[in-house]
Design a protein. Sequence first.
Lengths: 112, 115
Amino acid sequence: KAGVTQTPRYLIKTRGQQVTLSCSPISGHRSVSWYQQTPGQGLQFLFEYFSETQRNKGNFPGRFSGRQFSNSRSEMNVSTLELGDSALYLCASRLGSPDTQYFGPGTRLTVL
Amino acid sequence: AQKVTQAQTEISVVEKEDVTLDCVYETRDTTYYLFWYKQPPSGELVFLIRRNSFDEQNEISGRYSWNFQKSTSSFNFTITASQVVDSAVYFCALSGMNRDDKIIFGKGTRLHILP
């Protein structure tokens, strides 16, 4: 079974731009979660989607948004990028809750 | 509130030594899950183990073993006869068993295995 895939793997953007990251979960998994990982803050939870509905949300500004499609694929959008948004963005999928999360390889975003 | 503490920020050991990574958790839930993940330099978090609060039996998988002690709220991870390939950041995590429960991660322990 294929694992979680994330595209793109690397992105370079400039301040003020917006970006969309994509995540395809493991086949059959209906839950997708997003995390931001930075050296200073560690792994921080952004949000979780289950069957196209946001189930949980972390403490991030409204510039961070997401959605999930009927095929469980998910996208995360960050608008008006700031330098501090430079991070590794990880996506994880699970069958449902509470189940083990399986992570993708991440998208490394650099904001210049 | 739930919390996971990995007090060891960084550890270095020489290859073939044994090493234990500590994890202490806080939760008011009576039922919960504990996890360990490995993050090699490539960046992807690799699932290692999940333990539920009902089962305090220790687990061994090859060179890896886990010691779960409810009395001290700890879930420690030991690597026996460490190898260079074990170099990674290791995360301990905690989750309730309800549908809407999030997984709470510790800040991770960076492990260096020196040849």
